[in-house]
Write a protein that binds this ligand. Structure first.
Ligand code: LLP
Length: 482
């Protein structure tokens, strides 16, 4: 049976999900079809995974996550290797993409630091640091706008490598926190708190307005152009409690073109130069943030590798510093999505099929699954595109395809997980769909809307599996009731 696609849409077949061998960057590195035609991840078929884990479930390929973390750490270490005028480089995993103790532990073991954005993320990262036997909390960072004095005091008390201040108020809170830490004997009488300043560089980049962060008209950072950044910097330099360690820029998220990072580096390094010229204080570190894009569907380009990103940043920083006549700073980056995103696949079970006739012989198949916007809010929030592959069997090409929309079971018409995908025309209730690239901002942004229980996150590795996060239960939800 051949189904016609609605008018104005790409031809049937154009929106089919690529198999792992066709677009390896879209899938975890261990994803492949078994000879029987099932999708396997980490050496386990989807039916084996679903025997131990209820659908829907996030399946995270541990080897892939470790590999991506190791690539970022190595790329930054190598490209900024402290010789020939370089002063070292470092990659921090932005835990907001997805954080649990195991994941933080793997990132640390593979040589990344961890960047956190809340008390919760920081607590998990400190636990992971302990798990790996590390004492050195300079491998951790804390971000966020509107930090409280308590949060700032925790960061300072643990001697985090990066405490990134986001406002003039936070500068004052940090100074106050240091005075308290000195008074409590946690800090020595002369000890200072090491801080960085988040800059708004005016560079606008990113996949969607809600995830672009360095243009002027938004809540993050202190403006270079309007002078508030310089004001905060001068207050920090003058404060006997604080030590200005570095300048920080994060221009947005899901960025494929590296030009924006080069432009932001120019603004940051120029400010560093001006501050040094005026005050004699040359910031030892510059953090160029995260935001490196990934592919979500076959229509997306293959993103630059960590090595390519690090090389471009190193060339840019070296050139700019030569131009300015400044020593090169220690340089750090904070990738989140590009570490976690492609490591994870969400497995859903098809629960219903509804063909909607759209006139002139065209139609769309609405495919209901056992999850939805509570486990992936990104399509509803950012119009993010995803794709889906039938994972429990190899589709028979002779059956043909149909234009489909994969929808969740929430009470919202915007509850769409995959807006447009070509699926086998014989798709049936009970089939398993695998949605790739859900490792970043999937489970971490999940909700219990409609009192859904949030899915678990299962690690897979060489034929073994276990929980990173177990699935939430109704009892977990009820436990919060007063
Ligand atoms: N550093 C800072 C200061 C950030 O604010 C972020 C992300 C990152 C690093 C990591 O960015 P990444 O490499 O993951 O793009 N929920 C949105 C993304 C929000 C990103 C917020 N900040 C989404 O699902 O696309």
């Amino acid at each position: 049976m051949t189904y016609q696609v609605p008018a104005g849409e790409p031809p049937l077949g154009a929106l089919a999900c690529p198999e792992p061998e066709d677009r390896p960057d879209l899938w975890p590195t261990t994803a492949r079809r078994t000879p029987d035609g099932e999708l396997a991840l980490g050496g386990l078929t989807v039916s084996e995974i679903l025997t131990d884990a209820p659908s829907p479930v996030f399946v995270l390929d541990e080897a892939d996550l470790r590999g991506r973390a190791a690539s970022w750490a190595a790329a930054m270490h190598e490209e900024f290797w402290p010789s020939y005028g370089m002063a070292g480089g470092e990659a921090f995993y932005a835990g907001k993409a997805f954080l649990a103790t195991k994941v933080a532990q793997w990132a640390l073991e593979e040589g990344m630091g961890i960047d956190t954005a809340s008390r919760g993320e920081l607590t998990v990262s400190l636990a992971a640091l302990q798990e790996v036997g590390g004492e050195d909390a300079t491998r951790l960072g804390l971000h966020g706008n509107g930090k409280t004095q308590a949060e700032i005091a925790v960061a300072l008390g643990h001697h985090l490598g990066h405490l990134v201040l986001d406002s003039l108020e936070e500068v004052e809170l940090a100074a106050r926190a240091v005075r308290d830490l000195r008074a409590n004997g946690v800090f020595g009488p002369e000890e200072t708190g090491r801080v960085m300043v988040r800059l708004t560089t005016g560079v606008h980049a990113g996949g969607h307005e809600f995830i672009a962060t360095a243009h002027e008209d938004q809540k993050f950072g202190l403006s270079v152009h309007a002078g508030t950044a310089r004001q905060a910097i001068d207050v920090i330099i003058a404060a006997p409690e604080l030590e200005l360690h570095g300048l920080h820029s994060h221009i947005g998220s899901q960025i494929m073109d590296l030009a924006g990072f080069r432009e932001a580096a120019r603004v940051v390094l120029t400010l560093r130069h001006e501050v040094a010229a005026d005050t004699g204080h040359l910031c030892p570190e510059v953090d160029l943030g995260g935001g490196y894009g990934i592919a979500y569907t076959g229509a997306d380009p293959v993103p630059p590798s960590p090595a390519e990103v690090a090389r471009t940043l190193a060339e840019t920083v070296r050139e700019l510093c030569t131009e300015l006549g400044d020593p090169v700073p220690h340089v750090s980056v904070e990738p989140g999505r590009s570490v976690a995103g492609p490591t994870t696949v969400t497995l859903y079970t098809v629960t219903g099929l509804k063909r909607v006739e759209l006139g002139e012989g065209t139609s769309r198949l609405y495919v209901s699954i056992d999850g939805g916007m509570s486990d992936n809010i990104r399509p509803a929030l950012y119009e993010a595109a995803y794709t889906a592959l039938v994972a429990n069997r190899r589709p028979d090409p002779s059956v043909g395809l149909t234009r489909a929309r994969v929808v969740g079971k929430h009470c919202e018409s915007g509850d769409v997980v995959v807006r447009d995908v070509d699926l086998p025309a014989d798709l049936s209730v009970g089939d398993v769909l695998a949605v790739p690239a859900t490792g970043a901002y999937g489970r971490s942004m999940a909700s219990s809307y409609n009192l859904f229980t949030r899915p678990g996150v299962r690690w897979v590795r060489e034929g073994e599996s276990g929980w990173i996060l177990r699935p939430e239960t109704i009892d977990d939800l009820l436990r919060l009731e007063g």
